[in-house]
Ligand binder design. Structure first.
Ligand code: CO
Length: 213
């Protein structure tokens, strides 16, 4: 077990090693950030954004919560998304789920977990919407794995349904929204093939029409 003192020691060593590779690294980053990616991932300590994709500080803007969700009344997530799209002009929003997600597992089960069940209810809705596909699987681990994937795909759709993404597309800004899943067992990412690149790819009921001038 590391103590807090060890963490500060680690930090000094890390800063020193970065500086020895590139003496102006921190000065350049302090002046501006210019990331191309917004990572929306799970808070799980085993899924750290930068490390998994080998990116340095300054290269990925990150939002993490339990079970990598994009809920349309969550001002925290929406604030991150708006800043990333409107100000930083990031080109890719990537929703990254992972197998063996405790949040998804808890949503799959029917236990009373208290307050957090209100958050996990969003995943229960995903389960209910896809219950036939999920229940067709015999193996429980396979069911939860599929629910992890379907949750990512749903959150990709939720990003695309926001006025933030749609306004970006309406003004001609290039924005791609992707869904990936990470395996804790081998450290590998997989693209779920649900990339959306424009409002023409979302259901009509969610589309926002341009303001009449
Ligand atoms: Co998780």
């Amino acid at each position: 077990m590391k103590s807090l003192k060890d963490l500060f020691e680690n930090n000094r060593e890390w800063a020193e090693s970065v500086r020895s590779e590139d003496p102006s690294f921190f000065e350049t980053l302090a002046a501006q950030q210019n990331p191309e990616y917004l990572w929306i991932g799970c808070s799980d300590s085993r899924v750290p954004a930068n490390q998994i994709v080998g990116l340095l500080p300054g290269e990925v803007f990150v939002h993490r919560n339990v079970a990598n969700m994009v809920v349309h009344t969550d001002f925290n997530c929406l604030t991150v998304l708006q800043y990333a799209v409107d100000v930083l002009k990031i080109k890719h929003v990537i929703v990254v789920g992972h197998y063996n997600c405790g949040g998804v597992q808890a949503a799959y089960e029917n236990a009373d977990n208290g307050m957090i069940d209100n958050w996990l209810r969003n995943i229960k809705d995903v389960h209910h919407a896809h219950r036939e596909r999920i229940n067709a699987l015999e193996d429980e681990e396979a069911r939860v794995d599929l629910l992890c994937e379907l949750n990512v795909m749903t959150q990709v759709a939720n990003v695309c349904h926001t006025s933030i993404a749609q306004n970006a597309w309406a003004r001609g800004q290039k924005l791609e929204v992707h869904g990936w899943i990470y395996s804790l067992k081998d450290g590998l990412l997989q693209d779920l093939g649900c990339t959306v690149t424009g409002a023409d790819q979302i259901p009509e009921v969610y589309r926002i029409l341009p303001k009449k001038s």
